[in-house]
Design a protein around this ligand. Structure first.
Ligand SMILES: Cc1ncc(COP(=O)(O)O)c(C=O)c1O
Length: 373
């Protein structure tokens, strides 16, 4: 089949720098004991980077598997021929569970209710399934709470087809300079591990650390670590003191260039009125791609010029002021999110909308192609 440059199908495209991903990977590895293995999180389309693309690259780098948020994400990776291990950290419900088992996904059990689903499953099938046990060590979201640990371990012992392979928890403030609560979470988790391993009479794969745990809490490293945002190059509040580099670039095409006169208005609701003669560019990206209306005061890079957005961001396009750019050319690229030091970053956009890079990146819509470079 003929291949088509994604830029010809859509006017904005995300490119992923595989060399920078490998650098972030090596940096992560250098922080870990040689016995710890890495299970990168590729949920939410790999934080907007493209799940299958990232899953394939990290597998080659040596990932023990990838983590996803639910069976939908797991099955979608299998549908696109991902052969590596997938740990599904999301909810279990009746038929979905069998679907996950069919696809050789490692499940997780997070509550006595989910344990019951597994027990019921055994009356319908004798197929073995693998799972990890989720411990609530203080986030109060999901996982067995301390008063359930013994009961859960005893019930798990009775599962004839279920194979408990691992045990894990999630840290809720691993980037906080005050490390007190994280240390407490790690202590509680270690206690849970002792109870489960004693009752199950087996050594489980233990994991706890997200990016913040990897960077700031060596005692959280255990057997596996689960980095998300660090892999993608946005590890801490500003990340500047670390050598992690953003791996994603988001570019869009200049669709059109035109002159407008003083008094002309631009875009929906005519919120911008020109006070002078201006050169206006139309860029092929909008909130339908995840470039939100709240980014209206962001800079957009074009040949080293920081362009201002003019008027309201539309669904598929936005307008920029090109007045000071010599000879702008239709078809050239602008940078919405870059990975060089002077280009706009996901942090810049996050600050404009009072959020974090995680949200900016995961909002890049699936209609924007992801390309590995
Ligand atoms: C269970 C679990 N582990 C690991 C991660 C990765 O976190 P981070 O992106 O902060 O490294 C997440 C992200 O939310 C998560 O939910």
């Amino acid at each position: 089949m003929k291949t088509v440059d994604p830029m010809h199908l859509r006017s904005s495209v995300v490119t992923i720098d595989s060399a920078k991903l490998a650098k972030n990977w090596n940096l992560t590895k250098s922080l870990l004991p040689t016995t710890s293995r890495i299970l990168p999180m590729v949920k939410a389309n790999a934080y907007g980077h493209g799940d299958i693309l990232i899953a394939n690259v990290v597998s080659k780098l040596g990932a023990v598997g990838v983590g996803v948020a639910d069976l939908g994400e797991a099955v979608s990776l299998r549908d696109r021929s991902f052969k590596g291990e997938i740990l599904c950290m999301g909810p279990l419900s009746g038929e979905c569970v069998e679907f996950g088992i069919d696809q050789d996904v490692i499940l997780n059990i997070r509550s006595l209710e989910e344990l019951k689903i597994m027990q019921d499953l055994q009356s319908r099938t004798s197929r073995p399934f693998r799972f990890h046990i989720k411990i609530d060590s203080g986030m109060n979201r999901w996982g067995f709470r301390s008063n359930e640990w013994e009961k859960a371990a005893n019930e798990i012992n009775k599962l004839s087809c279920g194979i408990p392979e691992g045990i894990y928890t999630h840290l809720c403030e691993s980037n906080n300079p005050d490390q007190t609560f994280t240390k407490e979470q790690i202590k509680r988790f270690s206690h849970a591990v002792t109870i489960f391993e004693k009752i199950l009479k087996k050594r489980l794969i233990r994991h706890c650390a997200n990016s913040g745990g990897i960077l700031h809490h060596p005692e959280s490293h255990f057997d596996w670590v689960r980095p998300g945002v660090a892999m993608y190059g946005y590890p801490t509040l500003n990340g500047k003191e670390l050598d992690y580099k953003p791996i994603l670039k988001w570019k869009a095409q200049l669709f059109q260039v035109q002159q407008i006169e003083p008094g002309d208005t631009v875009g929906y609701n005519r919120t911008f009125r020109a006070s002078r003669k201006m050169t206006l560019g139309v860029v092929g990206v909008g909130y339908g791609d995840g470039y939100q209306r709240g980014y209206a005061s962001a800079n957009i890079d074009y040949r080293g010029h920081h362009l201002k957005i003019v008027g309201i961001i539309c669904m598929d396009a936005l307008m920029v002021d090109l007045t000071n750019v010599p000879k702008p050319m239709v078809g050239e690229e602008v940078t919405l999110i870059g990975s060089e030091s002077d280009s706009p970053t996901a942090w810049d956009l996050a600050h404009l909308t009072q959020t974090i890079p995680y949200e900016v990146l995961t909002r890049i819509q699936s209609r924007v192609p992801r390309v590995l470079q």
